[in-house]
Design a binder for this molecule. Sequence first.
Ligand code: ADP
Length: 260
Amino acid sequence: FEIVGAPIFNEANDLKGAVLVFHDITELKRLEQMRKDFVANVSHELKTPITSIRGFAETLLEDDMVNEEIRNQFLTIILTESERLQALVYDLLELSKLEKDELRLNYETIHINELLVGILTIVEQQAQKKQINFTTTIEEDSKIRADRDRLKQIFINLISNAINYTPVGGKVDLGVHITKDSIEIVVSDTGIGIPEEFKDRIFERFYRVDRARSRNTGGTGLGLAIVKHIVEAHRGSIKVESKVDKGTIFRVNLPKSFLD
Ligand code: ADP
């Protein structure tokens, strides 16, 4: 609690009493702590690739004995780490835009099937690379009022995660179910699953169940935070069901249209 006090005097200037105001600042403190953690996390996430890029570049410049094979290895690391930085900066900007202009989405009428063509090309390639059996269960075409790029992001982030957290040879399915007023997107996988106690936390910025594994997949730790923001900005909902070592199902429900 934060307490602010002030004395009360009557007309003759005699002290009559006092007013005490109690402010519950638990929520403020929590928000302030979250902000501090976020800044610390961003700094850490940026520092790691920068240190590595710098180290490998310096070695290449200083050591002219480096052979062709090692040179290529170092350059590949520099490239991968630069890509990680780029993805991180892109996701950070996206998240900050969503937080600021949540209500300024670019609504258009979108045909789901047409939107999916581009998305499937991207994710099918990812799945193939990892020998994941990717299937779709799409009932029929439907129209939805939504922000095109943001809607795409929901599909791509959820399907990429499903591929990333499923071992080679596993299965990932995208389902799109249409009801009168809403569209349900279901992404299911036969992957590593999420322990019950982490199911709510995975939507927090930079929260990862297994830090090392997530870094190896090239994830920024912001994907689900972004998805949740987009879903809520469209007044939809997102739920997750999961069993460790069996698989995970993400369900997104979006209203087809509403007053902007
Ligand atoms: P990341 O870049 O780490 O994948 P996300 O925000 O997309 O960041 O996801 C947060 C965490 O949630 C991941 O690090 C992972 O631990 C967990 N996660 C997300 N999707 C899945 C999934 N399909 N199966 C298992 N774990 C998942």
